[in-house]
Write a new protein. Structure first.
Length: 242
């Protein structure tokens, strides 16, 4: 393939790339939003799982504390009933000592019990809030997926035609060039060709070396070779090449 054919093919390749980019732009923002929503959903689901596990553990702890508290209250109630039966001072002192211990234990366990009950309420509320968020995320994800799929369905034939055109052109070049050209397209936002105007690259306006212009110098290059701007690396051509 001679240089003129290579330039013409590359320009067409660039045009197809830009056409594809325009189509992708119609749903690219939605895909990015969808990805963020799915990340938020996964994070919320993970937090819910952790809170649910902690809630289960805390619930078991509260049950144990409630059982201990019931036991102490029963003991205190029984001791209150036995108080009038105590006659000897030694018995009374022992009763008072035991009652003081049970009262202290009761205060400690009650404080922990009601603290944990309050914390359980907060966790339950937080889980409910997360579930509301999860439901919102699910609805938004479903809506975005339908929107994206609708656009892709409507542009399917056009996208397939563009891909077929790119594939057909790329087969005319070696693999190394195709890989390099794809990277160049991405780097330069789809603009990889620049016309030589007034001995300068029209892409970055740099004055080109004399070997790139000046009469018939360019014709001295290998017939299939392509010139690249030494500054922006776009491929160069003259209007007459087209």
């Amino acid at each position: 393939m001679d240089r003129i054919s290579r330039i013409q093919n590359i320009i067409r390749w660039q045009e197809l790339y830009q056409e594809r980019k325009i189509i992708v732009a119609t749903y690219e923002g939605s895909e990015q939003k969808l990805l963020k929503l799915k990340e938020d959903y996964d994070l919320a689901q993970s937090n819910k799982t952790k809170l649910t596990e902690f809630s289960t553990s805390l619930s078991e702890k509260i049950t144990q504390e409630e059982a201990r508290l019931d036991h102490i209250l029963t003991q205190i109630d029984n001791m209150e009933k036995d108080r009038d039966n105590l006659k000897m001072s030694r018995q009374i002192k022992s009763w008072e000592k035991d009652m003081d211990k049970y009262s202290q234990d009761r205060a400690v366990i009650e404080a922990q019990f009601y603290y944990d009950k309050s914390k359980m309420g907060d966790i339950t509320q937080e889980i409910e809030n997360i579930e509301i968020n999860l439901a919102t995320y699910t609805a938004e994800i479903s809506e975005l997926e339908q929107e994206i799929n609708s656009i892709k369905s409507k542009t399917k034939k056009e996208r397939e035609s563009i891909e077929a055109g790119i594939d057909a052109i790329s087969t005319e070049f070696d693999t190394h060039f195709v890989e390099y050209f794809d990277r160049l397209l991405a780097k330069n936002k789809g603009i990889v060709m620049a016309e030589i105007e007034d001995d300068s690259c029209s892409g970055c306006n740099i004055l080109l070396p004399t070997s790139y212009h000046g009469g018939d110098t360019i014709q001295d290059v290998d017939d299939s070779a392509l010139l690249q701007c030494p500054n922006c690396f776009r491929y160069l051509y003259y209007t007459e090449d087209l």
